[in-house]
Ligand binder design. Structure first.
Ligand SMILES: [Mg+2]
Length: 126
């Protein structure tokens, strides 16, 4: 089963993804796992074996470990794991920092879920 880890300190984001991808999850296209903090996400990634997750979609602005710090950590221990950053920030500074740190994509909020699904599928199919 393909697993996608969604990291966001706002619980409403979880409900949104669950709602938008209800059918895909039900049909077994992929499984969505949620973390409410960067620390929790890192713990989950470390505790699972290497190929447990195919994709991480992380918020940037979170209390504690930020999305950028999480990205750095993840690319340090799982360089092959795809990471999309997702944020309401649209400035080029953050977008280029994300790229520099190895992010595979940058998704602006509010999320265009049709476009995101295509990107998700192309990553998990690879
Ligand atoms: Mg946030």
């Amino acid at each position: 089963m393909k697993k996608i880890l969604i990291v966001d300190d706002e619980k409403s984001v979880q409900f949104l993804y669950e709602k938008v991808f209800k059918k895909e999850v039900k049909d077994g296209e992929f499984e969505l796992i949620f973390s409410i903090s960067g620390e929790d996400a890192l713990e989950k990634i470390k505790n699972e074996d290497e190929n447990a997750f195919q994709l991480i979609i992380s918020d940037i602005n979170m209390p504690g470990l930020s999305g950028f710090e999480l990205l750095k950590e993840v690319k340090g221990i799982r360089p092959e794991l795809s990471v999309f950053m997702s944020s309401a920030y649209t400035d080029t500074e953050r977008q280029s920092l994300a790229k520099e740190l190895g992010a595979d994509d940058y998704i602006t909020k509010p999320v265009d879920f049709v476009a995101l699904k295509e990107k998700m599928l192309s990553v998990i199919a690879a």
